[in-house]
Ligand binder design. Structure first.
Ligand code: FPP
Length: 163
């Protein structure tokens, strides 16, 4: 049975946020390399985005890659960046056709140029889409975000533009 058909659409949240966790455990539990878990995790992202759009969820936030994740093994980080790049390339049409607005939070300037470029181009091209907002948290840390907000406020105070 279609799982979406069982959901009571009158009681849906406006915003769903998902911490992408457990990819590694999922894979090692099956005797597979961790990167296989990340590959399957990326497929799940496609499914979740499609289902959320279909249900009429306004905002979907995916905590995909934390600021701390840069400390992982170089090979794993590189696989994750490639998966993200390929996801953005593969899902571009789906995102545009379904009026999804792509945004990002986190220090996206730290992403490798090929990922940064794909991401920012799609963010720009989808900026006027009004069907659903998909936010990817990339190189994201809550502490880092607070620090950046405080620094921006301090700069504004010095410039005399803080109300
Ligand atoms: C958590 O699993 C997952 C991650 C650290 C990375 C998730 C990111 C991707 C799969 C890249 C593609 C992203 C998108 C949005 C398409 P874990 O390794 O922490 O698992 P564990 O807790 O079992 O060790």
């Amino acid at each position: 049975m279609d799982v979406l058909a069982r959901i009571d659409r009158s009681r849906l949240p406006r915003h769903i946020a998902i911490i992408m966790d457990g990819n590694g455990r999922w894979a090692t539990g099956r005797g597979l390399p961790r990167t296989e878990g990340h590959r399957h995790g990326t497929d799940s992202v496609s499914d979740v985005v499609r289902a959320s759009r279909e249900l009429g969820i306004g905002h979907l936030t995916l905590y995909a890659f934390s600021a701390q994740n840069w400390k992982r093994d170089r090979g794993e980080v590189s696989t994750l960046m490639d998966l993200l790049h390929d996801y953005l390339a593969r899902e571009r049409a789906e995102i545009m056709d379904n009026a999804i607005r792509l945004t990002a939070i986190g220090e996206i300037e730290r992403l490798p140029p090929h990922v940064f470029d794909r991401l920012t181009v799609l963010m720009r091209d989808s900026a006027k889409n009004a069907g659903m907002t998909l936010t990817l948290a990339l190189s994201y840390g809550a502490r880092e975000e607070l620090v950046r907000a405080a620094q921006a406020a301090a700069r504004a105070a010095v410039a005399g533009t803080l109300p």
